[in-house]
Design a protein around this ligand. Structure first.
Ligand code: NAP
Length: 507
């Protein structure tokens, strides 16, 4: 059966400062996959005559929206109001498909015809959001548009509420990095459209994805009302490789699913507020979350130890939350499993084969904690070496392991060395946590993934050791998440290649 849902337009705003620049941008936007172009007359630095306006509107064989946003609504036009309105009226007469006019414009002054009635708040989510949405919906305009600054991703969900309840075509967007879900999931809610810029510099509002991101990273064309949703919660989160890895995996596995970055400010309250907002909206089809710094402990507290994997509780961190269709949550820690399995795969042993093996863990932070807990669980003979000895001692006491300061490293006596410090990480790539690889060491695992080949690993390889990289660990944890959430075998090579491509691009 053909898909009956209304098409949600991918709208590219044109923000060049002159008419030739606008025409070039329109051509580039259509070539990049935009459905509709928004001509932002307020970005032009010189007034334009009717012939230029007609040329601009007719330039691209595509649907056009003409907007001349005043500064009071976050635009750049600060001239005479009657001249602005007469320009919009002329645009309608000259063939623009849609005219965007602000709710603040008195009804009698609004251009007639196909109008998008809009309201913008660049400071906050309006306290009277529902009333504003009702007013826009009840107006004579064909399309209602609301855009407001997001404080957290729960504000993006409020924008989706507006789309869901509005009984006319609508655009509802939460601006800023935290608002991204409202822009991407607009397609799932059959919005009139969403905005995507030609490139970062050409955006007309904070948080707009680029056309390339919308189409190729988030697979805009494939989103449907049934698309299931996943994401990564972190702060910061923009650098995360997880959206690229998981979206590529969904595409390769042919799954109707999308994965989004979610900027949640530090603090258990902020984490909990977002989870509650998700659970209040089962219609979103949100099924899982990756959790990264600084929220792994908050995830454990929010999900509750009783609903988390036993070792995740021991480690004190949850990096994977699964949301069952009945709204119940489950917490896992795929970091430790990923690290242990990467190690065991390289050594050709099972997890039980770790029992009794001497392992030196360098570092006593979050990564070391996950590794030490798992190694102790499988009865490895662990010694922790850390710069801050008291931290090593505390971790050692908790998991019944030996602990020492870094000054004891020359006496290191272990078969396996695992670096869980950030020594050697980009940009300090000439540093190594271990100056000399002692002869009894047979396996070296560096949890650092940027660079892939650290100085420690290069030296270990020269010494004839088996090497395990941080990429092996990172890819394994993403694979484990994918399989927990989807019950489908993960496309491992696709996921690994995305990570390697991303890391190469960062060099
Ligand atoms: P963390 O909690 O901040 O711990 C950092 C550790 O590094 C501490 O033990 C710290 O010692 C030590 N350290 C930092 N700078 C040092 C220096 N100049 N000299 C000596 N020791 C130093 O960080 P984390 O989250 O555990 O991350 C640690 C490493 O694991 C990072 O390189 C990260 O990339 C890696 N990691 C990889 C993955 C993956 O998927 N591959 C996942 C998570 C983490 P003090 O206690 O003395 O400060």
């Amino acid at each position: 059966m053909p898909d009956q849902r209304p098409k949600t337009r991918l709208i590219c705003p044109l923000t060049a400062s002159d008419v030739p620049g606008m025409c070039r941008a329109a051509d580039a936007a259509l070539a990049a996959g935009a459905d509709t172009i928004e001509i932002r007359l307020d970005y032009l630095t010189e007034p334009l005559d009717d012939a230029q306006l007609a040329g601009l509107i007719g330039h691209a064989a595509a649907e056009t929206i003409v907007t001349c946003r005043p500064t009071s609504q976050g635009g750049r036009y600060d001239g005479d109001e009657s001249a602005r309105l007469s320009l919009l009226r002329r645009a309608a007469e000259l063939g623009a498909d849609w005219i965007d006019v602000e709710l603040t414009t008195p009804p009698a002054d609004r251009p007639k015809g196909a109008t998008i009635l809009s309201h913008h708040d660049f400071d906050r989510c309006p306290g009277d959001l529902d009333r504003l949405a009702d007013e826009l919906a009840a107006s004579e305009a064909a399309v209602a548009k609301l855009a407001f600054a997001a404080d957290g991703p729960e504000d993006a969900l409020r924008a989706l509420d507006v789309l869901r309840s509005c009984d006319k075509p609508a655009i509802a967007l939460a601006m800023g990095e935290a608002g991204l879900p409202s822009r991407i999931l607009a397609a799932k809610l059959a919005a009139f459209g969403t905005f995507a810029a030609l490139d970062r510099a050409a955006g007309s509002a904070p948080g707009q994805p680029t056309l390339d991101e919308a189409l190729n990273l988030y697979r805009w064309r494939e989103l449907t009302p049934r698309t299931t949703v996943f994401g990564v919660i972190g702060c910061p989160v923009a650098h995360s490789m997880s959206p690229a890895v998981h979206n590529a995996a969904f595409a390769a596995a042919g799954l109707d699913a999308v994965y989004l970055p979610l900027l949640v400010q530090p603090g258990e309250d902020n984490f909990r507020r977002f989870i509650d907002a998700l659970l209040e909206r089962p219609w979103l089809g949100w099924r899982g979350l990756s959790v990264t710094i600084p929220h792994k402990e908050n995830a454990l507290a929010t999900v509750g130890p009783g609903r988390c994997d036993e070792l995740a509780v021991t480690i004190g961190a949850v990096n994977t939350v699964t949301i069952d269709p009945d709204g119940s949550l489950r917490g896992d820690n795929t970091d430790y499993a990923a690290a242990i399995d990467a190690l065991c795969e390289a050594m050709g042993i099972t997890r039980d084969g770790l029992a009794g093996r001497a392992v030196a863990v360098l570092g006593a932070g979050g990564a070391a904690r996950a590794l030490v807990a798992a190694l102790a669980h499988y009865y490895a003979d662990v010694t922790i070496y850390n710069r801050t000895v008291s931290r090593a001692d505390r971790l050692g006491e908790e998991f019944s392991c030996a602990a020492a300061g870094r000054d004891a490293l020359p006496g290191l006596d272990a078969e396996i060395v695992i670096n869980c410090t950030s020594i050697g990480m980009h940009p300090n790539v000439d540093a190594t946590p271990l100056e000399r690889i002692p002869p009894m060491v047979r396996v070296v695992f560096d949890t650092i993934y940027n660079p892939v080949d650290t100085l420690l690993l290069r030296r270990a390889r020269q010494a004839g050791c088996t090497c395990v990289t941080g990429v092996d660990m990172f890819v394994n944890q993403a694979i484990a998440q994918f399989e927990v959430w989807t019950d489908t075998a993960a496309p491992r090579d696709v996921m690994r290649n995305v990570v390697l491509d991303k890391l190469n691009a960062r060099k």
